[in-house]
Design a protein around this ligand. Structure first.
Ligand code: NDP
Ligand code: 2IT
Length: 460
C-alpha cells in the first residue's frame, strides 16, 4: 500500500489526523523554504498516524511537537587558507536534534549543497534510525558547504582543523559524537581527531567514529553501511523467496556506501552492472570490476569516467540520473537525497525491478516511494536499510570505552544481528499497525516509539 493510500485509509476527522496536519503546517511555517526538512518530516509524521490514534498519550505529551524542533542548531564560520595563500570562508553546522536515548550521534557532510535544510533533514531522520539500531544513541548531524573536490591534501587538512576548532566546543564522547558522511571519510576524520586532541589536551577516543584502525577505529566500520544495507535487503528478499544470488544489481554512487554495498552484493552472488558519481555513470555488462573502482575512488580520488580507460568494454554516460534506465532486479541508491524521482521509479518498475534498498539518506522522493509500493516492489527505507553504519559507530564507541578491539568477524556478526533485528522490528510494527510489509511505516513507528517513551519517562 502506498503512502497516499495509507493516508486516505487512515484519513478522517480523528484527532491524530488533525494533529498531524496541523503540525505539518506549523513545521512549514516555522522553517520556511527548508524543503528537504519538510519532506523528511512529512514522511515520518504521516507514518505515525496509526500509533497516535491507538496511543493518544503521545499527543498529550506533545512528543512530536518537541521532536520537530531540534535541541539546538549551531552554525559557524570556517575560515581557512588555500594553497595560493588566499583566505576562504565556509559555513559549518551541527544540529543536535534529540538526546532522549543517548548522546547526539550522526555524521558530518562536506558538500557545496549543505545548508540548514539538508542538515536538519539528516538530523531528524537520524533520531529514528539510531533508535532502530537498539543502541543508546540520540540524533544529530553536521557538516559544511565546503567542496572537497579538487582540493589538495593540505587544503583538506587546514579546512578540517578550522572546522574542528569551532566544533570541538560542542562535542564530546558523552555529549555528541560525529562521524563521516558525504565528503568525509577516514582521512578527514583523522585530521579532525588530531585537532580535537590538541584542543582538549586529552585522548578522548570516543569523540569521533570512523577513525583509522591504528588509533581507535573499529574493524568493519568502513564496510558497515554498505554491508548492512545488503544484509537488510537479503532478509527482505528472502521473505519473498528471492535473494541476491544470480541477480542483476545497479548501485548508484561510488563512495563509501556504494563500494561496500557492491562488494557484499557480489559476495552473495550478484552481478553489479552499474555505478556512478555526480558527473555520470558506468555500465559494464560483464560486471563492474570493484578493484578498479576502489583504486580510482579510495586511493587516487579520480572520476568514474576514467574506469572505461581500463575497461574498454564498459560504457560511460554523462549525467547521473540515467543510471535508473538500466534494467535490473535490485536497485541500491547509495549516492544522495532525491536521486530517484517518480519518473526514474516508473522506469525501474517498467524494467522489472523486484527490490529497492536505500543505502543513501532519502534517495527516493515521496512520489517515487509510492510508485514502488503501489507496484509491490520490495522497498527497504533508508532509516532501516542504512543503519548499519551508525550501528558499527556505536560498536566503535563501545570498544573505545572498554579499551578493547574486536575482530572483523565479531563486528560483522554483531552487524548481521542488528540488521536482522531492525528488519524484524520494522516488519512487526508494520503488521501491528495494519500495513503488513510496508517497511517505511514500520521503521518509522518502531524507531519513534522508543524515543517517545524515553521522552515521556524523562518529563518536559
Ligand atoms: P561519499 O562521499 O563516500 O560518496 C558519495 C557518492 O555519491 C559519490 O560517488 C558522489 O559523487 C555521489 N554524490 C554525492 N552527491 C551527489 C549528487 N548531488 N548527485 C549525484 N551524486 C552525488 O559518501 P557516502 O558513501 O558516505 O554517502 C552516500 C550516501 O549514504 C549519503 O546519502 C549519506 O548520507 C548516506 N549514508 C552514509 C553513511 C556512512 O556511513 N558513510 C551511513 C548512512 C547513510 P562525487 O564524488 O562526484 O561527488
Ligand atoms: O547517515 C548516517 O547514518 C551516517 N552518516 C553515519 C553516522 C555515524 O555516526 O556513524
Amino acid at each position: 500500500m502506498s503512502l497516499v493510500q495509507f493516508v486516505e485509509q487512515t484519513l478522517g476527522t480523528d484527532n491524530a489526523h488533525r494533529y498531524i496536519n496541523q503540525l505539518l503546517e506549523t513545521v512549514q511555517e516555522r522553517n520556511p523554504s527548508e524543503v528537504e526538512f519538510h519532506q523528511a518530516v512529512r514522511e515520518v509524521l504521516i507514518s505515525l498516524i496509526p500509533v497516535l490514534s491507538q496511543k493518544p498519550k503521545y499527543m498529550e505529551h506533545a512528543v512530536l511537537d518537541r521532536l520537530v524542533e531540534p535541541d539546538r542548531l549551531i552554525s559557524f564560520r570556517v575560515p581557512w587558507t588555500d594553497d595560493t595563500g588566499k583566505i576562504r570562508v565556509n559555513r559549518g553546522y551541527r544540529v543536535q536534534f534529540s538526546n532522549a536515548i543517548g548522546p547526539y550521534k550522526g555524521g558530518l557532510r562536506f558538500h557545496p549543497s549543505v545548508n540548514a535544510s539538508i542538515i536538519k533533514f539528516l538530523g531528524f531522520e537520524q533520531i529514528f534510525k539510531n533508535a532502530l539500531t537498539g543502541q543508546s544513541i540520540g540524533g544529530g548531524k553536521g557538516g559544511a558547504d565546503f567542496d572537497p573536490r579538487g582540493k589538495s591534501d593540505l587544503e583538506i587538512m587546514r579546512f578540517c582543523q578550522s572546522f574542528m576548532t569551532e566544533l570541538s566546543k560542542h562535542i564530546g564522547p558523552d555529549t555528541d559524537v560525529p562521524a563521516g558522511d558525504i565528503g568525509v571519510g577516514a582521512r578527514e576524520i583523522g585530521y579532525m581527531f588530531g585537532q580535537y586532541k590538541k584542543l582538549v589536551g586529552a585522548y578522548e577516543a570516543g569523540v569521533l567514529t570512523g577513525k583509522g584502525i591504528g588509533y581507535g577505529g573499529s574493524l568493519g566500520r568502513k564496510e558497515a553501511t554498505g554491508y548492512g544495507a545488503v544484509y537488510f535487503v537479503e532478509e527482505m528478499l528472502k521473505s519473498a523467496g528471492l535473494g541476491f544470488n544470480g541477480s542483476t544489481v545497479v548501485v548508484s554512487g561510488s563512495g563509501n556506501v556504494s563500494i561496500y554495498a557492491m562488494e557484499k552484493a557480489m559476495q552473495l552472488g550478484a552481478k553489479v552492472v552499474a555505478c556512478s558519481d555526480s558527473s555520470g555513470y558506468i555500465y559494464h555488462q560483464a560486471g563492474i570490476n570493484l578493484d578498479t573502482i576502489k583504486r580510482l575512488k579510495e586511493v587516487e580520488y579520480r572520476r568514474c569516467q576514467d574506469y572505461v580507460l581500463e575497461h574498454p568494454d564498459a560504457v560511460y554516460v554523462e549525467g547521473c540520473s540515467g543510471i535508473w534506465t538500466i534494467a535490473c532486479d535490485i536497485a541500491l541508491p547509495c549516492a544522495t537525497q532525491n536521486e530517484i524521482n517518480k519518473l526514474s521509479a516508473e522506469l525501474l518498475v517498467r524494467n522489472g525491478v523486484k527490490a529497492v534498498g536505500e543505502g543513501a539518506n532519502m534517495p527516493s522522493t515521496l512520489e517515487a516511494i509510492d510508485v514502488f509500493l503501489d507496484n509491490n516492489v520490495l522497498f527497504a527505507p533508508a532509516k532501516a536499510a542504512n543503519a548499519g553504519g551508525v550501528s558499527v559507530s556505536a560498536l566503535e564507541m563501545a570498544q573505545n570505552s572498554a579499551r578493547l578491539a574486536w575482530t572483523m568477524e565479531e563486528v560483522d556478526l554483531k552487524l548481521q544481528q542488528i540488521m536482522h533485528n531492525i528488519y524484524s522490528e520494522s516488519l512487526k510494527a508494520s503488521q501491528d499497525y495494519g500495513v503488513p510489509g510496508n517497511l517505511v511505516v514500520g521503521a518509522n513507528i518502531a524507531g519513534f516509539v522508543k524515543v517517545a517513551d524515553a521522552m515521556i519517562a524523562q518529563g518536559v
